[in-house]
Ligand binder design. Structure first.
Ligand code: GDP
Length: 318
């Protein structure tokens, strides 16, 4: 079953961003390098009125470097777009952010026309960590309630360079089932919104096809030809002693191990999607979305026709 997750509050963020965007020159979107496509917010381009975009492929230390290079090339080939890779080990990221933003909006700068950039990203992508590095703070500043606008921050990265934090929370929008699984595996989705076993099986299925050597090195299980994700999960559980009293494998425990080791990168540096794969998933997802809309419109039309046919009650004589 695909993951359905509607955390809400997005309308508040939409409104706040469209207000704020009037005074913004460049929009920085933080993406998770392990799933750059799925961790993007597909509505952001519209919300930001197609302002120049700087894609920061963050947490690159966890991702497959060869695939990060593919994503950088993909974004750098788009109009009005630049991309850089980053991770929390970089102690002074401001210089590269400033340089990339200046390339995108060369006419801004100086005290009369200071550069104003907005930083956005779905939860867990590393935004607070980056902002804290930029401001030299240690503790993360968090809102009292998830999804409610935090006090807006303006950070001065240079005399003529202001960085604004997104007003509100930018949630991912799950258009394709695969994105839902990848977001869940990465830790971007609330724990109660998905089934660990299902997410681990999807993850193992992808790793079997794309990173078999890492699986073998970590779990020391034999990857026989045609081994299924279910068989692999069971073998991992058995290896790790996740066994129930009657000798059955505790698949829930095994799934938690796999997800944890993917997140911590003890499994290795892995990226769950290439630009090409993601484009295919997206196209398939959009098709399903469009079909659903046509069906909905059809039902709505039928309802209107039925309503028209209902005779009006005669008016009471006055
Ligand atoms: P936010 O929800 O976008 O503000 O994300 P946080 O800054 O709170 O980071 C979420 C988690 O990712 C935290 O456990 C961070 O320590 C971790 N994290 C942030 N940036 C990086 C990074 O570049 N590399 C790695 N490996 N972990 C990171």
């Amino acid at each position: 079953m695909a993951i359905q997750w509607f955390p809400g509050h997005m309308h508040l963020t939409k409104k706040a961003i469209s207000e704020r965007i009037k005074e913004i020159d460049v929009v920085i979107e933080l993406l998770d390098a392990r799933l750059p496509g799925s961790s993007a917010n597909p509505m952001l381009a519209e919300l930001t009125s197609r302002r120049p975009a700087l894609k920061v492929i963050n947490k690159q230390d966890l991702a497959d470097p060869a695939r990060t290079a593919l994503w950088l090339a993909h974004y750098n080939a788009l109009p009005n777009t630049r991309a850089i890779e980053l991770d929390a080990s970089e102690t002074a990221p401001a210089r590269r952010l400033i340089q990339a933003a200046r390339e995108l909006a060369p006419l801004r700068g100086g005290m009369v026309k200071p550069m104003r950039v907005l930083i956005c990203g779905i939860p867990n992508v590393g935004k607070s960590t980056l902002i804290n590095t930029l401001t030299g703070k240690r503790a993360a500043k968090t809102g009292d309630e998830a999804g409610i606008t935090k006090a807006e921050q303006r950070i001065s990265l240079a005399d003529d360079f202001y960085l604004y934090d997104t007003p509100g929370m930018l949630w991912p929008r799950i258009i394709v089932a695969k994105s839902g699984y990848n977001l869940a595996a990465s830790g971007a989705i609330g724990r109660n919104a998905f089934d660990e076993e299902e997410v681990a099986l999807e993850l193992l299925d992808y790793l079997l096809q794309n990173y078999p050597a890492l699986l073998q090195a970590r779990y020391k299980v034999e990857l026989t030809d045609g081994i299924t994700d279910e068989q692999l999960l069971e073998a991992i559980g058995r290896k790790r002693g996740a066994v129930l009293p009657r000798g059955k494998v505790n698949l829930q425990k095994a799934a938690e191990i796999v997800i944890h080791e993917f997140r911590a990168a003890t499994l290795g540096r892995i990226t769950l999607e290439t630009p090409e794969e993601f484009a295919q998933w997206l196209a398939a997802g959009q098709l399903i979305d469009a079909e659903r809309q046509v069906k909905k419109d059809g039902l709505e039309n039928q309802r209107l026709i039925r309503l028209k046919k209902i005779p009006r009650p005669p008016r009471a004589a006055s």
